[in-house]
Design a protein around this ligand. Structure first.
Ligand code: PMP
Length: 511
């Protein structure tokens, strides 16, 4: 087998070319804690400090002993993997744990839909919010039909409303118009919003919520109807979709038999999605006021607010939910990445039980959802997240302080260090070399990868840039990182920042 050639031909042709060009065409043979062993089978290999894991998935490092124990026990017990259409204890336990942990912050209880990947959870949320909206509109239609029947039965059809926005208009006409508008709204496709620079995954539905700045237009396949919120000013967020609102009037009859009208609103908005800390666009905290404005937007449209905590949740920032300190509560929460403890592919969509559509769980299924193997590992990962909480906070502060010192020493090379806990990003200044050729090499798409190459080959540290903002290098170590390694990381970034600031591009590129 020729791994390089097979990878290039059968697996990821474009990546193979890119990795070769950037000197990142390495193979990792083993992983333990924060370390990977790079090399070829049979080699003794080279130890690399891994600050990426699975793009934020390795909060507990590679092959954490407690998680390996759980995995081994599952294998030793010959736990069935394929036991669809049965009561699955692992899934039940995980769902209860996730509901309790999130509920301890939000005060709510959740129904948990398990899936395999982050995008899978996002698709589940898109679907559930669509169903929720349909059900709401159908219930509203029934309510207005009932109201119209009552008005007719009580001989009020031609009586004018005594007050409210429809004052002076005949009751039957007001309700007839409302029913027309509800029927019209039921024919309108649901609408979703996400923020500028959002990342929610790459499947068709999730991809339409993702702001794919650096994805070629012809690789974008449209999913559900979507609006991007470019302006994050809280006032602009709250009113962003006001033009979509359709006014209707309901009618209530008082004790004296007099009809009064009241304004109601219909909206096509099904859900607003947000990552409390935007990961892939360069580690940007979404300000609390923006989260609160999104809550208000969702309430204004009776839509669901979805916190995508796939990358920032599970304790990576020092609290189980990255959104915990904001005081803003969402209706749906999404987890994946570190939920699988680095061993299993698993994701979870939590829906507030007061909103959950019971039949959803019957119809939204997958062969690979709910398996006990992944669920048991994930339950153990949730426990680890609590056990490492203090360590994550301490390490995160130490790492951020040390990197901020480097940034202060080299303001010409580093824009800033951002993030919380073990979700940090170092944004580099795009160099402007005199040589036109070098300017081509150091473009905004490749800078982070060139830095990754230097860190890998000169310092044996593995980083990659964030996906849609590749001038930012992500630093997402595990909670097992030794404080002594923080010095090593700071020294490596000092070297790279110095080379960039001094314009020593040759050394940076030589590896
Ligand atoms: N949401 C967020 C916030 C993410 O960071 C990611 C992955 N980077 C996803 C969704 C998609 O997850 P997956 O790659 O497992 O589909």
């Amino acid at each position: 087998m020729n791994t390089d050639a097979d990878f290039a031909r059968y697996a990821r042709p474009e990546f193979a070319r890119l990795f070769r060009a950037l000197n990142l065409d390495v193979t990792y043979l083993a992983g333990r804690g924060d370390h990977l062993t790079a090399g070829s089978p049979g080699d003794s290999g080279t130890e690399v400090l891994d600050l990426v894991g699975g793009a934020g998935s390795s909060l507990f490092g590679h092959n954490h002993p407690a998680l390996l124990d759980v995995a081994r026990r599952c294998l030793d017990e010959q736990l069935p993997f394929n036991a669809q259409a049965s009561v699955r204890p692992g899934a039940a336990e995980l769902a209860e744990r996730l509901s309790a942990v999130v509920g301890s912050t939000t005060g709510a209880s959740y129904v948990v839909t398990l899936g395999s990947t982050g995008a899978d959870a996002v698709e589940g949320a898109v679907k559930h919010a669509t169903v929720e909206r349909r059900r709401r509109l159908a219930a509203l239609q029934e309510e207005f039909e009932r109201s119209l029947r009552r008005i007719r039965r009580d001989g009020l059809a031609d009586v004018p409303c005594a007050s409210g926005p429809a004052a002076g208009r005949r009751c039957a006409e007001v309700l007839g118009e409302a029913l027309d508008r509800i029927a019209g709204m039921r024919r309108v496709d649901p609408l979703f919003v996400s923020l500028r620079n959002a990342f929610h995954g790459k499947t068709t539905g999730a991809g339409s919520l993702t702001h794919g700045g650096n994805v070629p237009a012809d690789l974008h396949v449209p999913g559900p109807r979507h609006r991007r919120l470019d302006d994050w000013a809280p006032g602009a967020v709250v009113t962003a979709l006001d033009a979509e609102l359709v006014e209707i009037c309901s009618i209530s009859v008082d004790a004296a038999g007099v009809p009064h009208s009241a304004a109601r609103r219909l909206s096509p908005l099904a859900a607003a999605f947000v990552e409390p800390i935007q990961g892939e666009s360069g580690v940007h905290e979404v300000p609390v006021e923006v989260l609160a404005a999104l809550r208000e937007l969702a309430d204004r449209h009776e839509a669901a607010l979805v916190f995508d905590e796939i990358q920032c949740g599970m304790g990576r920032t020092g609290t189980f939910l990255a959104s915990e300190g904001s005081g803003v509560v969402a209706d749906y929460y999404l987890f994946s990445k570190s939920l699988g403890g680095g061993l299993a592919k698993i994701s979870a969509l939590l829906v507030d039980e007061r909103r959950y559509v019971p039949e959803f769980g019957r119809h939204h299924t997958s062969t690979f959802a709910d398996d006990d193997f992944s669920s048991r590992i994930a339950t153990a990962a949730v426990e680890l997240s609590a056990a490492y909480r203090d360590r994550i906070v301490e390490l995160g502060e130490l790492l951020r302080d040390r990197l901020s010192e480097v940034a202060q020493r080299w303001p010409d090379a580093i824009v800033e260090v951002r993030g919380r806990g073990l979700l940090l990003g170092v944004e580099f200044v795009l160099p402007q070399p005199d040589s036109g050729l070098l300017r081509e090499v150091f473009d905004s798409e490749s800078l982070g990868y060139l830095i990754a190459g230097r860190l890998l080959h000169a310092h044996r540290i593995r980083v990659i840039p964030t996906l849609s903002a590749p001038t930012t290098v992500r630093i997402q170590p595990s909670a097992l990182l030794e404080p002594a390694e923080v010095d090593r990381i700071a020294t490596a970034f000092e070297d790279v920042a110095g080379l960039l600031a001094k314009g020593d591009y040759a050394t940076l590129l030589e590896h």
